[in-house]
Design a protein around this ligand. Sequence first.
Ligand code: AMP
Length: 402
Amino acid sequence: MTAATRILVLNSGSSSVKYQLLDMTDASRLAVGLVERIGEPASRFTHTPLFTGGETRVRAGAVADHAAALEAVADELAADGLGLDSPELAAIGHRVVHGGLMFTAPTVVDDAVLKEIERLVPVAPLHNPANITGIRTAQQLRPDLPQVAVFDTAFHTTMPEYAARYAIDVETADAHRIRRYGFHGTSHAYVSRRTAALLGKAPADVNVIVLHLGNGASASAVAGGVCVDTSMGLTPLEGLVMGTRSGDTDPAVIFHLSRVAGMSVDEIDVLLNKKSGLVGLCGDNDMREIVRRIDEGDESAGLAFAIYVQRLKKYIGAYAAVLGRVDAVAFTAGVGENSAPVREAAVAGLELLGLAVDPGLNAVRSDEARLISPAHSRVAVAVVPTDEELEIAQQVYALVNG
Ligand code: AMP
C-alpha cells in the first residue's frame, strides 16, 4: 500500500481560496493555486502543477461560492492525477484565523471543534466564517479524511497573562472574551525557528524579535521558542502601521469620531481597518510605490514612511525590553523580505540595542534566509522568508502521523 504523505493546505478567505498540495517526504510542492473573487461574475482561478514543471492554467468565469471553488480545485488536481480521492492524501490542513484560548495546537476537526470556531465568529467576523465554510466543503468532498485546523492565534497562547490582558475592568473583559490573542502565529512560529537555525542554534537557546511586515503587519517577542508578547490584539487591528489598518491609536479616537463627527461604529470600523495605515496616510499601501514617490520628493509618502518606521522602532525597543536579551531581529513577509529601505530605516539609530545593518548585505535580493547585520554584531539582523503553508503542512503531518 502507498503511504499517505501528501497534505493539502487550504487558506479560505472571505472571497478567495488559496491552496497548496505538498509531499511531506521532501516538503516539495506538487501544486499551488488561487481562486479569487468568489461570488462575483468575474472570478479568477489559477492553478499550477509544479511537480511536472507544468504551466499555470487560468480559468475565468463565475465561481458562485466556496463549495464551488473547492470543487473546481478538486477537478484541477484530479486533471493532474493528484485528485482528492488519492490514497496518498493524508489530511487536509485548514488555516483558521481565530482559535481563541481553547486551541493551542493543530486540532482534528469534529462537530465540537467546528462549534467552538463558530462561537469565535464575533471576535473574527471577517475570517472565521470563511474558514468554517472551507472546512465544511472539504468534509463533504472527503468525509473519511482528517481535516485539521491550524490556528493563527495558537503560537501566541503562551503569552503570560500580564501581556495578554488589557488593563480594563476584568469582569467586562472576561464576559466578552476581550484580551490580546495575536495573529500571524504560523508565520511567527516558522520564522523564529528558522532564524534560530540560521544562527546555528536550537530555538530554545535563542531570543528573537520577529517583524512580519506584509499588508497586515505584526511584531512578536519570542523567548527560547516561546511567544511572550505580540503586537496584534483582540483583532488584527492593533499594533504596527499596516497597509490599510491604523495599528495602535488612542481608543478615544473612536468616541471622538462617534460624538463629534457623527460616524457610526461600522463606519469607524471601515475607516480604521480599510482606509487607514499607509493608504490613509498617503493613498498607497504598496511599499514599492511609496519608496518610489519618496525618491521623487513626495512629502506625504515621506511622512507615511516615517510614521511606519517610528512605530516599528517603538516595538523593537519595547520587545528588547521585554526579552532582556535579544539574539536576532528577523524581517519577514512582503515588505520585510523585499524592502531594504524599510529594514535600514527601522534599525537606524538602534546601535544602543546592538542593532546595525550592513548596507551591502541589506541590498542583496534573495529568496533565501540570510543575515544582513555586519560581522561580529551583538545582535543578528536577518531576513527570513516566511512559509505559512509549509508550517501548516508540517504541523498537520506531524499530528496525523501521531
Ligand atoms: P504580503 O501581505 O506579505 O503578501 O505583503 C504584501 C506587501 O508587500 C505589498 O502590499 C507591498 O507593500 C509589499 N511588497 C511586495 N513586494 C515588495 C517589494 N519588492 N518591495 C517593497 N515592498 C514590497
